[in-house]
Design a protein. Structure first.
Length: 741
């Protein structure tokens, strides 16, 4: 049998023989298919699958909690396993209340609208009284806090619904200034799926049109070949942006009319820019030693930006570091000074390349959604503060103008995420993780997180269940057929939670009396009605099953979307939803919070770890980007089997390598005071001297291994919020040393 299915990395064909996935092939309509599914046959049937419900021996026998990660597991039959888990959940909620249950459960899980692990776990926990949740994402947590203060619009809405689409950029942009690049490697994936991979193709078009594309960041490879590379030290972008702004201000290249009509607070920012408030004019010469970019290069770029249609783009990675609020806010100020916000192909935009859907323009069509219900518990944490939450119960912390205390968590339920891949400072997380009384994880594979749980329920993968594939940022609709039976005794998350809900007397609330197949039809029917209301006909469920997939007629061709065009046209008549109705260069709201790590207008704040604070013990800046060959830590067990694939590859500059007598292919130890991992060196001048890059995604090793064997960079990263405002993930703020092994 051959069928098409969808995934976060796109659609692909699957060959099935004797109830096994034997091969995958690209989807015919995808111009640049991802190679990620190549490994799927090995991964789905890998020996690292969780076969049966498993209990950590120490927990099962004596509720002992210090052995997480180092213990053996006992397999039990499903009924008994669900009984024990339900009784434990019941005990915790009765003894400590639902505020003692952490169900934030961050992670990407798999595509598919019904069997979406987060929706399932949240709905379940809501039916039994609620859980402590988490706000935003590791991807854009900091931006989601700061950017609404600046533009008034939720950050992701800005990315997906407002900012210029590729068509508009291709038509109008003359200079594309990309902080952190725009990397087709990253746009291979999108939450819920990206069917046509178009980013690389757009850059071919830009090149044909003679667009000048400048990649500003530590790695040449962050943008397609043919783009200029302006190497800049990680963490220093705000200084560079300030220097560009200084040139605009002092060479009279600022659009004062735009500033007057559409912004507020330039008068508060300008004295800082000119050094009147701190004695430090933010000149290109001031910035040069901070950024590593020559002053003349900055002047030339500023003049070019002021005299051509210029779009500034900012990669999400820039806010995944300490003070990540600043380059995001400052990019908006710089764009405002240029006065091109609201003109097609000009202004500023975020996350192009981060995710396949950004830059595409479709008519809005609501999605297929399974209701998570209402959470009676209002307590939440900023998502990346999970480690702090476990370490500091009852202690106060700041977040975006509010002061709260961390809850005292007794039980953690995680489904569809891998914190021992994604969280920073994993050795510290491992310590903190020993504190809760019980940890339950649903997982298809024995990940580092599953190995550190007390109860592991084996979950199916999307290939083992029927689902609907649909993303709001894509123009395809899929019936995702069940391709193979569940591997070993795996069950769908839905079935697992239905079993727990039943034991807790909430079967009806959770299932509403429906089986998964019935839910699919109910959800699809609602979606079909909504689509019809929007003028889009989609086939009946049975017809979609038969067809396998359809392309929806929702594409917007030609230049079609310009960020804040109506606002520019008429700032009084179409104000932004900020307190002033304008773009906030100075925010009285933020100023009122009184945060020294995020004051009332953008400022240069050096991170605690960057090349400016390099020491003999940790002289290199580590960036840990997303892996090109997979999604985060998914499919990792099969990839790690490939001869020579592990440990992960770390990119290092020839001069840094020579000093350490490292050559390409050498095994190295990467280390700092927080931890150490192995990696395999690749010497390349595609990276700025002083910077090394090790992608995320290797599975974190077992406790007791001092040097993480496969190369997970999060043994090295710092677990600290971006600032009291955003409290986002600061993974890119890390210094390390490297030695040959
Ligand atoms: N150093 C550093 N760290 C980072 C980042 C960085 O840039 N640098 N980036 C951060 C970012 S942006 C992100 S988004 C995170 C990503 O971190 P995660 O989203 O946690 O990573 P994934 O590997 O996608 O984890 C998903 C897990 O869900 C499991 N899964 C898949 N399908 C199902 C299912 O149907 N049911 C269940 N129960 N489980 C399923 C997978 O096997 C996998 O273990 O990493 C963050 N960490
Ligand atoms: N193939 C694949 N694609 C993915 C993912 C994946 O796991 N695999 N994950 C997806 C997810 S969840 C997300 S959130 C997005 C993330 O998308 P991004 O945040 O854009 O991606 P990253 O790979 O973290 O970082 C991109 C580049 O930023 C540069 N960089 C790091 N720090 C700085 C800095 O301070 N200044 C400048 N100028 N550049 C810097 C690094 O050189 C790095 O290669 O990617 C998505 N795409
Ligand atoms: Mo992400």
């Amino acid at each position: 049998m051959t069928k098409v299915t969808s995934s976060h990395w796109g659609a692909f064909e699957v060959d099935v023989r004797d109830e096994r996935i034997v091969a995958t092939r690209p989807f015919a309509e995808d111009p640049h298919p991802s190679a990620i599914p190549d490994i799927l046959p090995q991964a789905v049937h890998h020996r690292s699958r969780v076969s049966r419900p498993s209990f950590r021996r120490g927990w099962l026998e004596s509720r002992e909690r210090t052995g997480r990660g180092g213990d053996t597991f006992v397999e039990l039959p499903w009924d008994e396993a669900l009984d024990i888990a339900a009784a434990e959940i019941d005990r915790v909620r009765k003894a400590h209340g639902n505020e003692a249950i952490f169900g934030g459960s961050y992670g990407w899980g798999s595509a598919g609208r019904f069997h979406h692990a987060q929706s399932q776990v949240h709905r379940f926990l809501n039916t039994i009284g609620g859980y402590v949740s988490s706000f935003a994402s590791y991807s854009t947590g900091c931006a989601q806090a700061i950017m609404p203060h600046v533009f008034g619009v939720p950050f992701l809405q800005l990315n997906y619904e407002h900012q210029d689409g590729w068509h508009t950029i291709a038509e109008h942009t003359e200079t594309l200034v990309m902080f952190g690049g725009v990397n087709p490697k990253n746009s291979q994936v999108s939450m819920g799926g990206v069917t046509r991979h178009e980013t690389a193709g757009w850059f071919e078009t830009f090149a044909e049109k003679g667009m000048r594309c400048v990649n500003i960041g530590p790695q040449r490879t962050d943008a397609p070949d043919g783009c200029e590379w302006m190497a800049v030290r990680p963490g220093s972008d705000t200084a560079l942006m300030l220097a560009l702004a200084y040139v605009l201000e002092t060479e009279n290249l600022v659009d004062r009319d735009f500033l007057g009509r559409c912004t507020t607070g330039y008068d508060r920012f300008r004295p800082y820019l000119l050094g009147e408030t701190d004695g430090l004019p933010k000149t290109p010469d001031w910035a040069a030693p901070l950024t590593g970019v020559a002053a003349d290069t900055v002047r030339e770029l500023a003049r070019r930006m002021a005299t051509t249609r210029t779009l500034i783009t900012v990669a999400w990675s820039l806010q995944r570091g300490e003070h990540g609020e600043q380059p995001f806010w400052m990019s908006a100020v710089l764009a405002a000074m240029l006065g091109q916000i609201g003109l097609p192909g000009g202004g500023v935009g975020y996350g192009y390349g981060a995710i396949g859907g950004v830059g595409k323009s479709f008519k809005g069509l609501r999605g297929v959604t399974f209701s998570q219900g209402q959470n009676p518990v209002t307590k939440f944490i900023p998502v990346a503060r999970a480690g702090d939450m476990l370490r500091r119960p009852g202690e106060a912390y700041d977040f975006n103008g509010r002061r709260d205390t961390y809850p005292d968590i007794r039980l953690i339920y995680w489904a569809g995420g891998n914190p021992f891949h994604h969280h920073q400072d994993l050795n510290a997380l491992h310590e903190a993780w020993q504190k809760p009384e019980t940890i339950i994880v649903n997982e298809p594979w024995w990940t580092a997180t599953a190995k550190r749980a007390d109860i592991v329920f084996p979950a199916t993968t999307p290939y083992e269940r029927e689902d609907i594939g649909r993303s709001n940022f894509d123009d395809y609709l899929f019936h995702m057929p069940q391709l193979i039976p569940p591997v070993a005794e795996a069950r769908d998350d839905y079935q697992i939670f239905a079993g727990l809900a039943e034991r807790l007397g909430k079967a009806q609330e959770f299932t509403e009396g429906r089986r998964a197949g019935e839910w699919l039809r109910v959800l699809y029917h609602a979606y079909q009605g909504m689509a019809r209301d929007e003028g889009v006909e989609v086939p009946d469920y049975e017809a979609l099953q038969e067809k396998n997939w359809v392309r929806l007629p929702i594409q917007m061709e030609g230049p079609n979307r310009t960020l804040f065009a109506p606002f520019r046209e008429d700032p009084e008549g179409a104000p932004l939803p900020t307190p002033s109705g304008k773009i906030e260069i100075f925010s009285a709201t933020i100023d009122g919070f009184g945060y020294d790590d995020c004051p009332g207008h953008p400022v240069w704040l050096p991170p605690s770890e960057w090349l400016g604070t390099a020491t003999a013990a940790a002289p290199l800046h580590l960036v840990s980007p997303q892996p090109g060959d997979k999604l985060h830590s998914q499919l990792e067990s099969a990839l790690a089997d490939v001869e020579g694939a592990r440990p992960e590859t770390i990119v290092i500059h020839p001069k840094d390598a020579a000093r350490r007598e490292i050559t390409t292919g050498d095994l190295v130890r990467v280390f700092n005071a927080r931890g150490a991992c192995r990696a395999r060196a690749r010497v390349s001048d595609d990276i700025l001297q002083g910077v090394v890059a090790l992608p995320t995604g290797a599975w974190f090793g077992d406790p007791g291994t001092n040097v993480d064997p496969d190369g997970n960079p999060n043994v090295l990263t710092r677990d600290v919020g971006t600032s009291r405002l955003g409290q986002g993930c600061s993974a890119h703020t890390t210094l390390v040393e490297i030695a040959r092994l």
